[in-house]
Design a binder for this molecule. Structure first.
Ligand code: ADP
Ligand code: MG
Length: 248
C-alpha cells in the first residue's frame, strides 16, 4: 500500500519493444493534488510511461499503484479510467457536430452512458457540476455552439472539461499547448494550475516557457529513466540535463 498522500507510484518499470528498452527501471511518485511536468527529448519514454499508467501498455516488470490500494497492473484500460485516471491525448477529439454542452453531457454519461437518456440524467447536482466546468474551461458563452466551430484552444479546453465530467482523481495531459497562441497558452496554464489541489495533474510538454509558467516540480526523462527531478531552475542547472538537451 501507498504512503499517505501519494496518488501514483511507479517502481522499477521496464518496457521493451523488440529488445529496445523504452522504459528502464523507471521510478515515479506523484503526490495528491500535485501538478507535475514531465519533460525529456523525443524517444525518452514519456508516452510509453503514460501508456503504462493507463493500462494501454503492460510493463515487462515493475509495480504501479494508484490511490491507496489499486494495483494498476491488475486492471485493463476501461477499469483504470473508471478508477479515476483521465487521459487527454495531444489532438483534441471532441464531437464536432454536438454543442459544447452536449459534449460535456455525453462525457459525464461515460462509455456506459446511453445516448437516448443522457440528457435526462443531468439534473440537480450533475447540472450544477456541468455549469462549474463550463466556467472553469471558459466556455460559458459557447455552451450552445457546435464544438466544430471552436478555436483549437477552445477544443483543447473542452476536452479537458470532458475529462473532468468523470471526476477523475488523476489527469494525464499530453502536450496541451502544441499549436496554441500565446494567449491560449496563458489561459491553459491558469486552467491546469486551478485544477491542481482538487486533482493531481501530470503534464507532458515540450514548451519550456509553458513548463516554467506552471510547474512546481519537473521530472526529466531520458532513455526510459528519470534523469533529474526538481524545480525548473534546479533541473535546468543540472549538468546531466544540459548535456542531454545540447546533444539533441
Ligand atoms: P516520447 O513520448 O518521450 O517521445 P515514447 O515513449 O513514444 O517517447 O518512445 C520511447 C521509445 O520507444 C522510442 O524510441 C520509440 O521509438 C519506442 N517505441 C514506443 N512505442 C513503440 C512501439 N509500440 N513499438 C516499438 N517501439 C516503440
Ligand atoms: Mg510522446
Amino acid at each position: 500500500n501507498l504512503t499517505h498522500g501519494v496518488i501514483l507510484y511507479l517502481e522499477d518499470i521496464n518496457v521493451s519493444f523488440d529488445g529496445f528498452k523504452a522504459l528502464n527501471n523507471l521510478n515515479l511518485y506523484i503526490n495528491q493534488g500535485e501538478l507535475r511536468c514531465i519533460i525529456g527529448p523525443n524517444g525518452a519514454g514519456k508516452s510509453t510511461m503514460m501508456d503504462v499508467i493507463t493500462g494501454k501498455t503492460r510493463p515487462d516488470s515493475g509495480s504501479a499503484w494508484f490511490g491507496q490500494s489499486i494495483n494498476l497492473l491488475d486492471h485493463d484500460e476501461p477499469e483504470i479510467a473508471e478508477a479515476g485516471i483521465g487521459r487527454k491525448f495531444q489532438k483534441p477529439t471532441v464531437f464536432e457536430t454536438l454543442t459544447v454542452q452536449e459534449n460535456l453531457e455525453l462525457a459525464m454519461a461515460g462509455p456506459k452512458g446511453v445516448w437516448a437518456t443522457f440528457r435526462a440524467r443531468l439534473q440537480g447536482e450533475d447540472r450544477d457540476y456541468l455549469d462549474q466546468i463550463l466556467l472553469l474551461i471558459g466556455l460559458v458563452a459557447e455552451r450552445q455552439r457546435f464544438a466544430g466551430v471552436l478555436s483549437h484552444g477552445q477544443k483543447q479546453w473542452l476536452e479537458i472539461g470532458m475529462l473532468l465530467m468523470q471526476r477523475p482523481q488523476l489527469l494525464l495531459v499530453d502536450e496541451p499547448v502544441a499549436g496554441m497562441t500565446h494567449q491560449e497558452m496563458e489561459r491553459t496554464a491558469e486552467l491546469l494550475t486551478s485544477l491542481a489541489g482538487q486533482h493531481s495533474v501530470v503534464v507532458v510538454e515540450h514548451d519550456m516557457d509553458f513548463v516554467r509558467s506552471i510547474a512546481n516540480k519537473v521530472t526529466v526523462l531520458h532513455q526510459g529513466s528519470v534523469l533529474a527531478e526538481g524545480t525548473m531552475a534546479q533541473v535546468q542547472a543540472d549538468p546531466k540535463v544540459i548535456e542531454v538537451y545540447l546533444g539533441e
